[in-house]
Design a binder for this molecule. Sequence first.
Ligand code: PDD
Length: 290
Amino acid sequence: MLLTNDTRIVYVNGQYLPAAEAMVSVFDRGFLFADGVYEVSSVLEGRMVENDAHIRRLQRSLEALEMAMPLAVAELVAAQQELLRRNNLKEGALYLQVTRGVADRDFAYPGDTRSTLVMFTQAKKLLENPLAERGMSVISVADIRWKRRDIKTVGLLAPSMAKQAAAKAGADDAWLVEAGFVTEGSSNNAYIVTDDNVIVTRQLSHAILHGITRASVLRLATENDLRVEERPFTLEEACAAREAFITSATTFALPVVRIDGQVIGDGRPGELTRKLRKLYIDMALASVRG
Ligand code: PDD
């Protein structure tokens, strides 16, 4: 529920509005068809982390759905920065959503809509995350999502159901399983570390979101002489792994210490996971400090 005293400024189609006045039409195709895509960029020290990569993925998602960029890249980034400034956001996330826009309800794409662009900020402590010390517990659930998970659409009911199931079970999150193999987390990419210290994560395809954090974490791992294997892994392999972890823009790398109640490793955040979290945070801080 939104608080009536929400003091945030929200961006809607070129305007910076008080949260209570930020609105889109009931005929917006984002609302009627989940016909829209989004990006979440983390913010540290008032600046966005890896935003160029998020914007490039936004362009790919839009292209897959035959939608145009709502603004030129430079204008979009300027609007993001202005929103951060108006909200004085130092640490947290910037959420950006583009939908196909407003049209009378009809399944096929209407030809003449103007896309809707909304953005808002969320203040959140990212560097100090208790889950980095405690480790997360996850449950496994069937991956019931559609088959183009590489497109970052706002059709997020399946992951919402997964997170709700996790919350009901007293867990922190859910890992999604298809034909016995883990695809990814409900809103993050999933990894294990094998007994011989190989970092394993599913290869890129339509089956998972091509995480921006994933790409950087794998690059940092390789640069630091850690071994990486991109292949599917089963739930059984995960439960027997030395370490498990997730990555996403807002969590960086976070340890998973329990899967379906089974303890991973010694039940504490693993050494490689902690190392990768530190490497990623150091890289992110260096990038925002320019
Ligand atoms: N989620 N996989 C899924 C299904 C995701 O929703 C996300 C991101 C990721 C990680 O991608 P990235 O490293 O680019 O954040 C993987 C965002 C954070 C969200 O929905 O809030």
